[in-house]
Design a protein around this ligand. Structure first.
Ligand SMILES: [Zn+2]
Length: 135
């Protein structure tokens, strides 16, 4: 399936959160618990615009921002995953799945990509498989 003709991106952050990447070897600095000010970009696409000319109303994404802000109250992001490390790659996939459950059913458009920036130079992007629905 081809890329949607229109896409919009909402940037959320900073989201202050802690994690430890336990799968790294002893001595690696990221193996210890440490914090990040994360920025998350969510891109939604659509083949046609709705309403006044929107891919999606940015207000429809507000619950995602609330969810991400709740990460600051977690002891660490490790609690979101069982037996897996909360790398930015997995965080991006986790956010896409959360979007699919909580936002997608009531919002126009289709999630195209989630990018999680862990600092100014490093980020990871997850792109869900396109839905098998014609747009
Ligand atoms: Zn880290």
């Amino acid at each position: 399936m081809s890329e949607p003709r229109y896409s919009v991106t909402r940037r959320i952050g900073p989201v202050s959160a802690m994690h430890a990447i336990l799968g790294l070897p002893e001595g690696h600095e990221c193996r210890n618990m440490h914090g990040h000010n994360l920025y998350v970009e969510v891109t939604v696409g659509a083949g046609e615009l709705t309403g006044p000319g929107f891919v999606v109303d940015f207000n429809d994404l507000a619950p995602l921002e609330e969810y991400l802000r709740s990460w600051s109250r977690l002891e660490s992001l490790n609690s979101l995953f069982q037996g897996q490390d909360p790398t930015v790659e997995r965080l991006a996939e986790h956010i896409a799945a959360w979007y699919g459950r909580h936002i997608a059913p009531g919002a126009n458009g289709e999630l195209v990509a989630v990018t999680v920036h862990e600092n100014e130079t490093c980020s990871a992007t997850f792109r869900p498989a396109p839905q098998a629905v014609p747009r």
